[in-house]
Design a protein around this ligand. Structure first.
Ligand code: ADP
Ligand code: MG
Length: 274
């Protein structure tokens, strides 16, 4: 078991946002992308972030990941407030705690799967002589070791996404963030990838936050966080989701009256078809 995993069990919450706001300057005016967001996530939880296009999901994820700084409020990551840190310190905190799965895989086409993962290990400070073995171990975690020497062009969409996830796992981050990781995948592959994220949360006790447009995947989530016009409505209570068993979390939460239905989703979408 990689170092640090046992420690993560003690740390709660893994992510805490307090009164987070983000205002972009837009032309001569300004645009409120996030308004006073309060949010706390524990290690071991998988949170799905849903909401219409332009509602602030990517902004939220980028702030949690220390890529963007908020205009107001506090962002606590693994016990450290990162919003007020300088660029260099924030970058250090990001490398230590955050694994980011970028939209559209972002793999280097001229590098093999293993080499793509090795680059991330390099960034995270893993010594050259350990990188090859560490990369194979990470590919093993996503069941892709046999494709280690394959180039992205010869991998399927699901396999490319698994390389991207292996890369995000470099350095054993306690927090995994993914922006629409299943957008380019068919539904069966999308469910496999979500299952992988769920295992990372449940078995390895990481905090996992996934932006998704696909309401059929919400049954993998412990929490459903709805973003609407920069406002976050606290979604399904984890307990309600657990009680729901195999039912889609969002449908259960709606039935329990715990969340407001997001504008862009019809109830029938959330319930889904068997
Ligand atoms: P989502 O991921 O939910 O589609 P975003 O977080 O990307 O939403 O964007 C939220 C709002 O902020 C949108 O209205 C978008 O146009 C605006 N926005 C995003 N990034 C910038 C930026 N760098 N500058 C100005 N406006 C931005
Ligand atoms: Mg987005």
């Amino acid at each position: 078991m990689p170092d640090g995993i046992l420690d993560l069990r003690m740390a709660a919450p893994a992510i805490a946002l307090r009164g987070v706001g983000k205002v972009y300057s837009a032309g001569r005016g300004s645009l409120v992308a996030l308004a006073h967001v309060d949010l706390a996530l524990r290690a071991g939880e998988l949170a799905a972030v849903i909401g219409p296009s332009g509602s602030g999901k990517t902004t939220l994820l980028s702030i949690i990941g220390g890529i963007l700084t908020p205009t107001s409020g506090e962002v606590w990551i693994a016990g450290q407030e990162i919003a007020r840190l300088g660029e260099a310190e924030r970058s250090r905190a990001r490398l230590a705690h955050i694994g980011f799965v970028f939209q559209g895989y972002n793999l280097f086409p001229s590098l093999t799967a293993r080499q793509n993962v090795e680059i991330a290990l390099d960034l995270k400070g893993v010594k050259r002589r350990h990188r090859a073995a560490a990369a194979l171990e990470l590919l093993e975690q996503v069941a892709l070791r046999e494709k280690a020497d394959t180039y992205p062009a010869d991998l399927s969409g699901g396999q490319k996404q698994r390389v991207a996830i292996a890369r995000a796992l470099a350095g054993t981050p306690s927090i995994i963030l993914a922006d629409e990781p299943t957008a380019a995948l068919d539904s069966v592959t999308g469910r496999r990838i979500m299952g992988l994220f769920r295992d990372l949360a449940r078995q390895q006790r990481r905090a996992v936050v996934i932006v998704t447009h696909d309401s059929r995947l919400l049954d993998f989530a412990d929490r459903v966080i709805a973003v609407d016009d920069g406002r976050v409505s606290e979604a399904a209570a984890p307990r309600a989701v657990e009680l729901a068993g195999s039912e889609p979390a969002a449908a259960a939460a709606l039935t329990a009256g715990l969340i407001r239905r997001p504008r862009s989703f019809e109830h029938s979408d959330l319930v889904g078809t068997p």
